[in-house]
Ligand binder design. Structure first.
Ligand code: LLP
Length: 432
């Protein structure tokens, strides 16, 4: 059990959250190592050990730091990175190069050069210019890159439009139009600097229905057949992306990995058999599902105010700076008062952040025990895209991250200091 209630306090992976708040201060991200390991082991059981020639690249954008990458490596998963910064973190964590996949719709020459020097396992190419640039860099360095092309499979998914990525008009991926796509594929097949591995898609995030992955997989498989017909070339790998939804509220009915992956694998194997294709390696790239539910955020309640006949606001010492998702996607979260965990829910409050922005509301009309300044407020399911999207708006400091594991707590990211916030600022001589 990751979440427990003992002595009126919320415990997370064996640690008293009220004590954590006291020891490390708030806001504080608390991440359960056990919960992450459980997710990785579920992927091992339902995918990696169940099927031949498959692998998982954790989409590290969800939560990327040295300790997390160590956990992922230990659990036998690869990673996906999308920037020089994420790649740098992976290199510093000594993450095995061959298990790194490099995604992104605008990789710079500098980023590509670092990736190629380090020898990343795959580069997911997102445009024809990028292919030319990879060719040039590899030629100069006398290296070869394994590439996949990201395509837009033209499926509309049931999620917030801001996190849909597989529709026809998307900044990500290459369109299916053969007149456009095939010359690029032909170039990749014939270029000595790259090994054309296959096709990649990622259709969106926080998905609960498996049908869109299935539709997109069919599109990718049909493309594999067309590639074989046209170029007498069999692709070696298909990457079906991530997007598996997690539970933020009771309305989110989280599905197992098997729910998504069994039909996907069945469809793939069946399609390949019927169409005379050797079944390619299958990769997936889950991010959120591996870490979201492992994480909570602790805040201290500060100012409380009641607007007569309207609502009561309880303000926390963070907000959109440590969790931008409610403001950006109208994301709904649940929470509780960690130091009053056994107490009856007696009032309704709206939890507001402290940033100067009206959308900085964490939760509306939440049932809580009688709330007071100094209470420790917990938000659940903040492990993915919480710390990862933290920002310094209003010059609020990026919170610390503590990793908890069966009663043991370790800081894995220190709290940012005010001095660090302004460390790159300079006063020109003309203003001195
Ligand atoms: N692969 C690619 C190429 C992606 O772009 C993404 C997410 C993933 C894998 C992982 O998707 P996941 O399994 O985490 O759903 N900031 C947004 C989510 C943006 C996701 C972007 N791409 C949020 O907080 O909801």
């Amino acid at each position: 059990m990751i979440k427990e209630i003992k002595n009126n306090h919320l415990y997370w992976d064996g640690c008293d959250t009220v004590e954590l708040a006291e020891n490390y201060g708030t806001p504080l991200y608390v991440i359960s190592q056990t919960a992450i390991e459980n997710e990785c082991r579920a992927l091992q059981k339902d995918f990696i050990k169940k099927y031949d020639n498959v692998h998982v690249a954790y989409a590290s954008k969800a939560f990327n730091n040295l300790a997390m990458l160590k956990i992922i490596e230990k659990e036998g998963l690869g990673i996906d990175v999308v920037s020089g910064g994420e790649l740098y973190t992976a290199i510093q964590a000594q993450f095995p190069a061959e298990h790194i996949e490099f995604n992104g719709n605008n990789k710079s020459d500098e980023e590509l050069a670092i990736a190629i020097d380090y020898g990343v396992g795959r580069i997911i190419v997102d445009g024809s210019q990028e292919l030319d640039r990879i060719g040039e860099i590899c030629r100069k360095k006398e290296k070869k890159a394994n590439i996949l092309f990201r395509i837009t499979p033209e499926v509309d998914v049931a999620t917030h439009q801001f996190i849909s990525t597989g529709q026809k008009d998307s900044k990500f991926g290459l369109p299916l139009d053969e007149e456009f796509l095939f010359p690029i594929l032909q170039q990749a097949i014939t270029m000595p600097e790259v090994d054309f591995y296959g096709i990649h898609f990622h259709i969106g995030s926080q998905l609960f229905d498996n049908t869109t992955h299935l539709k997109a997989a069919k599109v990718a498989l049909e493309l594999a057949v067309r590639i074989k017909e046209k170029f007498d070339y069999e692709i070696k790998e298909l990457n079906y992306g991530g997007g598996f939804g997690v539970r933020y509220t009771q309305d989110d009915q989280r599905q197992s990995y098997a729910y998504f992956l069994d039909p996907l694998m069945a469809l793939t194997e069946d399609f390949c058999e019927k169409n005379g294709l050797k079944r390619p390696a299958i990769a997936i790239e889950p991010g959120r599902s591996i870490v979201a539910e492992a994480g909570i955020t602790l805040h201290t309640i500060g100012s409380i105010k009641t607007l007569p006949h309207i609502r009561k606001y309880a303000a926390i010492d963070g907000g959109m700076t440590d969790n931008v998702r409610p403001g950006l996607y109208q994301a709904i979260y649940t929470g509780m008062v960690a130091n009053k965990a056994d107490q009856p829910l007696e009032e309704t409050v709206t939890i507001s952040g402290k940033a100067c922005e009206s959308t900085d509301i964490l939760m509306k009309d939440l049932q809580v025990p009688l709330i007071a300044s100094g209470d420790i407020f917990t938000t659940f399911t903040t492990g993915a895209y919480g710390y990862a999207m933290a920002n310094n708006y209003n010059k609020l400091a990026i919170p610390a991250v503590v990793l908890v594991n069966k009663g043991q707590a370790d800081i894995i990211v220190k709290r940012q200091t005010y001095a660090q916030i302004i460390q790159n600022e300079r006063i020109p001589d003309s203003l001195k």
